[in-house]
Design a protein around this ligand. Structure first.
Ligand code: HEM
Length: 301
C-alpha cells in the first residue's frame, strides 16, 4: 500500500508558490534526489505548509525506474493549434509546490527549499498565487465545480496499487495569462457561452456551444482529472495557474489538444481570452518513493 503526497488533496489553502528547478548536473542526479528527499516541512499545525514535489517524467524514470509509470513524457514540444494558437513547452526538471494558510509561511519555506537545493538545482521559474473571492478564478467564474469529490479524486488521479508509480500522479502545470480587458468587455451572457456555465452559480448551460470551455474539456469524454487552479499575478498582469492531476497523462494531453482545436478543428473559446505562457508535466511520486531517494537507502553518485 502506497501513500499519495498529501498536498495534492490539501484544499482550502489561500497562499501558494510554485518553484520550478533545473538540475545543475544531470549526471549527479542522485545528489539532487537526496537533497529533495531531505526537505523538511514545518511540523506545526496552523503554520504548516503542504508540499507537492514532482519530477520531469524522463528524470523520474532515471531516479526511480521501478517507481515511475512507463510511457509518460515531459511537455517537450509546443502544441501548435488552429489559427496560429500555440501552447508553449517550458519543461523543467522538478517542481516544488508549497501551499499554506498565509504567504509568510510559504515564503520562508520556499527560501529554505531554494537554499537546500543550492548547487544541485537552480530556480528557473517562480510563481506565487492566492485565492480570489473564495473559489473563483480571475475570469470571475467558480473554478472546480466539476472536480471529483475528495472521496472520488484518489481513484481518478492516483496510479493504482501494484503498478510502477503506485499512488503517484501526473501533474500538468500551465500558467495562463488573462486578457482581462477583452474578457471584461464581453457581456456576462457571452462569457457564460465561452465557459459553458453560468457565472453567478456555476450551473452548466443546457445548450452549451461546441467551443465552450467545458465542452472542450468534457470529462465524460476524456476522463476525470482533479484541478487545483489558482489565480496568480499582480493587478495589471495576471491569470490562472492551471494545476491538473490525473492517473493517466493521456487525459490531460487530449484535453489540451481539444482546447487547441486539434481533436476536431474546434478551438476552445476561452483560449481567445487567455494565453498559455508555460507548460510542463511532472510525475508526483508517492511518499514511499520519495523516501527511497534518501541517501541512507541508496548510494549517492
Ligand atoms: C485560463 C485557464 C483556465 C481557466 C480560467 C479555467 C476555468 C474553468 C472553469 C471556470 C470551469 C467551469 C467550472 C468547473 O467545473 O471547474 C472549468 C472547467 C474545466 N476545465 Fe478549465 N480552465 C482553464 C484551463 C484548463 C485546462 C488547461 C484544462 C485541461 C488541461 C482544463 C480542464 C477543465 C475541465 C476538465 C473542466 C470540467 C469539464 C467538465 O465539465 O467535465 N481547464 N475550467
Amino acid at each position: 500500500m502506497h501513500t499519495a503526497q498529501a498536498g495534492i488533496f490539501a484544499l482550502g489553502t489561500s497562499s501558494h508558490v510554485y518553484l520550478e528547478f533545473d538540475v545543475v548536473d544531470e549526471k549527479r542526479y542522485k545528489d539532487f534526489a537526496a537533497a529533495v528527499a531531505a526537505i523538511r516541512e514545518p511540523r506545526t499545525t496552523t503554520g504548516g505548509v503542504n508540499f507537492v514535489i514532482g519530477f520531469r517524467p524522463e528524470l523520474s524514470q532515471k531516479m526511480m525506474p521501478e517507481d515511475t509509470p512507463a510511457g509518460i513524457e515531459g511537455f517537450n514540444k509546443n502544441i501548435a493549434g488552429v489559427d496560429g494558437f500555440v501552447m508553449p513547452a517550458t519543461q523543467h526538471d522538478a517542481l516544488v509546490w508549497m501551499s499554506g494558510s498565509a504567504y509568510d509561511v510559504v515564503f520562508d519555506m520556499a527560501r529554505t527549499v531554494i537554499q537546500d537545493l543550492a548547487g544541485k538545482a537552480t530556480l528557473q521559474d517562480e510563481t506565487s498565487s492566492w485565492s480570489y473571492r473564495h473559489d473563483r478564478d480571475l475570469t470571475g467564474f467558480i473554478d472546480g465545480s466539476e472536480n471529483p469529490t475528495l472521496l472520488e479524486a484518489p481513484t481518478d488521479v492516483l496510479l493504482p496499487d501494484g503498478v510502477p508509480g503506485a499512488a503517484g500522479s501526473v501533474l500538468l502545470l500551465q500558467k495562463w495569462k488573462h486578457r482581462t480587458a477583452e474578457w471584461e468587455a464581453l457581456p456576462v451572457a457571452k462569457q457564460e457561452l465561452v465557459m459553458g456555465r453560468t457565472k453567478a452559480e456555476s450551473i452548466e448551460l443546457e445548450q452549451k456551444p461546441e467551443d465552450s470551455h467545458v465542452a472542450r474539456t468534457d470529462q465524460d469524454r476524456f476522463g476525470n482529472i482533479f484541478r487545483r487552479n489558482t489565480p496568480y499575478g499582480n493587478v495589471d498582469d495576471h491569470g490562472t495557474v492551471f494545476v491538473g492531476f490525473s492517473a493517466e497523462q493521456q487525459r490531460l494531453r487530449k484535453m489540451l489538444e481539444s482546447m487547441a482545436g486539434l481533436v476536431d478543428g474546434t478551438r476552445d473559446a476561452l483560449t481567445r481570452y487567455t494565453q498559455p505562457l508555460t507548460g510542463a508535466y511532472y510525475f508526483v511520486p508517492s511518499v514511499e518513493s520519495l523516501r527511497e531517494l534518501r541517501p541512507n537507502r541508496q548510494g549517492s553518485g
